[in-house]
Design a binder for this molecule. Structure first.
Ligand SMILES: [Fe+2]
Ligand SMILES: [Fe+2]
Length: 390
């Protein structure tokens, strides 16, 4: 099976796409070279080498096959990262630091002047996650994941978007914003708590659809003046909430998969990438809050009616926009509240739950039945993994 040949867009990240690819390849050449060397000198010879040159050298991947469960976890995570990469690439083409839609970039910059840079960097991170996980699977003799046959969904027609097939659809999203309340609450979804939506976002584009709807030369005053400017700001605000929605999902997913890993190295990979998903979430949590705080709050999309109210005006800690760090919440019964990633139960944030949530988000609108069968099979296999099973 051929892996996807990932070409990173020139998004202005410190490490360009080409050098990331080269770094990865050089790294894997070193791993393979070292293995052949060990094979050549035999086990006894290898045992005589200083420990730092052998298995204690954690800069190299360990040898040995993975358990079926570890392969299933990594294969699902690779699929999730290909999905993330696809959606982030669409955001980066239009709104990243080298993005092609000035009006979208200007509206995003009303959330934070550094938004285009952050979008570019988040995109590069996802591409690196997908490429790394597939390379690691291959290095272990396991099958990498390739979703290329499902890159069938249309691109935005707005200036800046490449006209290529996509895995995901960002043009009519139902964005779940309950994470905003969940992370401000002392209650825990794993203990049965439910949370309302902070903002109701239904059937809303998160990227500009075409130049008639939102011309690429539009200004972005705060507050927006005029129907097209207001529409573009509502689209950018939706993106802000969607970024955080995606990344809070990744934070839970990686935490949950970590609990199932058998190999210490697989666990290391999961917690190392998972920490970055949480890092992403924290960043976007802060930016989304600016859509529902003064001076930007109060935007209503003239086409969809989606409204971004002033949440601070509502009052209370469940609304306050700058409470972006996870409130200590109930965790283990009988013990004090703790500031944690939540949920961490399969049922709420595992692999199948993640695909179901993305489906409810309408991220896969227009995908084929085969796509859903494929990703749900990967998801079920990952959820079935259990630590220590062979
Ligand atoms: Fe990722
Ligand atoms: Fe991510």
């Amino acid at each position: 099976m051929h892996t996807q040949d990932i070409t990173l867009p020139a998004t202005g990240h410190a490490s360009s796409g080409a050098s990331t690819e080269e770094d990865l390849q050089a790294h894997w050449r070193r791993v393979v070279g070292r293995r052949s060397f060990l094979k050549g000198i035999g086990l006894a010879g290898a045992a005589a080498l200083p420990g730092s040159a052998l298995l204690t050298d954690s800069a190299f991947a360990s040898t040995g096959a993975l358990t079926k469960g570890d392969v299933a976890i990594l294969r699902f995570l690779a699929a999730a990262e290909l999905i993330e990469s696809d959606l982030w690439t669409q955001y980066a083409e239009l709104g990243g630091v080298n993005g092609g839609n000035q009006a979208y970039m200007a509206a995003l910059q009303n959330l934070d002047s550094d938004m285009p840079q952050y979008i570019a960097d988040n995109t590069d991170d996802e591409l690196s996650h997908a490429a790394f996980l597939n390379a690691y699977l291959k290095s272990k003799g396991a099958r990498p994941v390739n979703l290329d046959e499902f890159r069938t969904l249309p691109s935005s027609k707005a200036t800046g978007a490449r006209q290529i097939g996509r895995l995901t659809n960002l043009m009519a999203l139902d964005v779940d914003t309950s994470w905003y309340v969940r992370y401000r609450s002392t209650q825990n979804p794993d203990l049965g708590a439910h949370f309302p939506q902070a903002v109701t976002i239904r059937g809303q584009a998160a990227i500009p659809l075409n130049d008639t709807d939102t011309p690429p030369g539009l200004p972005a005053p705060v507050p927006p003046v005029g129907a097209q400017e207001t529409r573009m700001q509502a689209i950018a605000n939706t993106a802000g909430f969607h970024f955080a929605y995606i990344e809070q999902g990744g934070s839970s997913l990686y935490s949950i998969m970590a609990l199932k890993a058998t190999s210490l190295e697989v666990l290391r990979i999961i917690v190392s990438i998972g920490g970055v998903e949480t890092n992403h979430f924290s960043l976007w949590h802060d930016k989304a809050g600016n859509a529902v705080a003064q001076p930007l709050a109060g935007v209503t999309d003239p086409e969809t009616g989606v409204t971004f109210p002033d949440l601070n005006a509502k009052g209370g800690e469940l609304n306050q926009t700058n409470l972006i760090l996870p409130e200590p919440a109930k965790f283990l019964r009988g013990l004090p509240a703790c500031s944690i990633v939540r949920p961490t139960l399969d049922r709420l944030g595992g692999a199948v739950a993640t695909i179901n949530s993305f489906t409810a988000d309408r991220l896969f609108e227009g995908q084929s039945p085969k796509f859903f069968r494929t990703v749900l099979k990967l998801a079920r296999e990952a959820d079935a993994a259990s630590r220590g099973a062979v």
